[in-house]
Design a protein around this ligand. Structure first.
Ligand code: ADP
Ligand code: MN
Length: 516
């Protein structure tokens, strides 16, 4: 049943209370409305359409509001108004609570916050404007829309006889359309139209609406793209939040800028803070290594970690994000081992997810140069060589590690000595490919120093034996490599048969350790 019929057929509605003249909900002061069948028919159609629209948006509220009409109970329009106000109040309360939740969600811990204050409900019945009293039904469709007077009453028409004004009235519709422009995204410029008595035809409004929506989608796409590109150059929002928290907690003083963007990580410089929560002293300058959460590059590094028994059990169960965290974790553990063995390397400050904070090698925001970028005197070159030989031995024997990416790119020259960095991929020698990685490291080091004019530099095979303590006698690279692989296979077979690795590769007597 529709309310139009009920209202129009209410024969007992006498002269209403004073507010009735203002309230379009109020029954018309005459007992009957004379309007043509065609008017009623079209009005009913309009009513149905409106109901459909409303039911889709707010089914319960509409049902409750319709209640008195439908049951035909003898509830006068003043209690209907009250009911409406109560519903409105309830709606506003929920709506404001939701706003507060959203506000909180968006602002989080941020020092700079945004407020939705302007979007909070102004209760129509709190307002002086009597026109506002009919407004709430339209405003509830859009929680971000401030109250606007509209002139279409609940029944869909006002006036009587020839003066009847339906909601299809051009002027009414036009104003309503103008008011509806506020539903568009906030970025969408609607100019002064809303404030003026502007009447938009349905056609114009619909075209505008279409445009507004496509603009909104476009802006969302643009935004996404922007986020993506900054994530590639620097970091994604989640990482930014992590970094921000580090500064906020006082652990870091400031993050000054980016030192390096590699394939797998982005490194930042930061000044250490004086956080009391950490039991260790924060270095005055820190390097923050952010492991990239874009996965493509990490896929080809699987082999380093998949077969590392320390991570073996966990690997299979992990999702890609967790694997990346494991890289960070691996770097932390390896650096700690190196630190304990007295190898010059960054000192771990803290690990948070995929973000590793360590001491900065360099000074005043200037990172120490890589060995490949620095020109050393022949004396320093020779000194560096022996130092590296010694570090490789310590790494292998004391730390039980093979760097696995050792080259002039991952060695920094600082304070007159070489510092090792970038050890996330380092593995234990008994890793299925550990000896191959070591051999590759030895080749890089040997070639660099031989080219750099260090006459004493061992060739890669000699260096390999000197570091590992193995005594592989092959005098050419191919055979040498074959022997290495045979050793690895032997180790793997041992794992198969005994369920554990050899503690170390056997050799006939360790060669001397090179001291600096
Ligand atoms: P990647 O895996 O991207 O090569 P690295 O650990 O090698 O990551 O770091 C990249 C670059 O960042 C290094 O070549 C070095 O210049 C700089 N860097 C990394 N860690 C530090 C540090 N602790 N102190 C100074 N510079 C660093
Ligand atoms: Mn590197």
């Amino acid at each position: 049943m529709d309310s139009v019929g009920v209202a129009a057929a209410a024969p007992d509605a006498g002269p209403g209370p004073a507010w009735q003249s203002k309230c379009p909900w109020g029954a018309p002061s005459t007992a009957s409305i004379s309007c043509s069948l065609a008017d009623v028919m079209s009005e009913q159609l309009a009513k149905e359409l409106q109901l459909e629209e409303e039911n889709a948006a707010f089914p319960e509220v509409v049902a409750a509001a319709e209640g008195p009409f439908i049951t035909g109970e003898n509830i006068d329009t003043s209690s209907d108004l009250m009911l409406a106000q109560m519903l409105q109040m309830e709606f506003d309360r929920e709506y404001d609570a939701q706003l507060r939740r959203e506000e909180k969600k968006i602002n989080g811990d941020s020092k700079v916050s945004i407020s939705f204050e302007n979007y909070r409900k102004v209760h129509p019945y709190d307002s002086d404007s009597s026109e506002d009293e009919v407004d709430w039904q339209d405003t509830r469709h859009d929680p971000y829309r401030a109250d606007k007077p509209t002139t279409t009453p609940r029944r869909g028409f006002i006036g009587k006889g020839k003066d009847i004004t339906t909601k299809h009235d051009e002027v009414v519709c036009g104003r309503k359309n103008t008011a509806r422009m506020e539903n568009f995204a906030p970025e969408f410029q609607v100019g002064d139209g809303i404030g003026m008595d502007l009447k938009l035809s349905n056609q114009v409004f619909n075209a505008l609406k279409q445009h507004a929506y496509s603009e909104e989608r476009r802006s969302a796409r643009l935004h996404e793209k922007k986020e993506h590109s900054t994530a590639e150059k620097a970091v994604d929002p989640k990482t930014r939040l992590l970094l921000y928290k580090m500064v906020n907690s006082g652990m870091l003083e400031t993050i000054t800028g980016c030192i390096s963007t590699g394939k797998e990580s982005v490194v930042f410089h930061a000044y250490g803070g004086n956080s009391a929560t950490e039991d260790k002293v924060i270095p005055p300058e820190c390097a923050i290594k952010v492991f990239k959460t874009t996965l493509n590059e990490f896929k080809n590094r699987d082999k380093y970690i998949k077969d590392d028994y320390r991570f073996k059990d966990r690997f299979s169960k992990l999702n890609p994000r967790k694997i990346i965290r494991m890289w960070a974790e691996k770097e932390m553990h390896n650096l700690t081992r190196m630190q304990n063995a007295g190898i010059p390397c960054p000192q771990v400050v803290i690990l948070k997810k995929h973000v590793l904070v360590m001491s900065f090698i360099g000074q005043d925001q200037v990172p120490a140069p890589k060995l490949k970028d620095v020109t050393l005197s022949s004396e320093d070159m020779k000194k560096a060589y022996y130092q590296i030989l010694n570090m490789m031995q310590q790494l292998y024997r004391k730390c039980n590690l093979v760097h696995a990416d050792l080259s002039e790119y991952n060695m920094l020259w600082h304070d007159g000595k070489v510092w090792l960095i970038d050890v996330s991929q380092s593995v234990e020698p008994t890793h299925p490919h550990g000896l191959e990685f070591l051999f590759r490291d030895c080749r890089n080091v040997s070639q660099f120093f031989q080219k750099g004019g260090v006459a004493e530099a061992l060739n890669e095979r000699e260096l390999f034996n000197a570091v590992s303590g193995l005594n592989i006698t092959a005098d050419n690279e191919v055979d040498f490599q074959a022997e290495i692989e045979a050793l690895e296979k032997m180790n793997e077979d041992h794992v198969q048969n005994h369920g554990k690795k050899l503690s170390t590769f056997s050799s006939d007597g360790d060669p001397p350790i090179y001291d600096e």
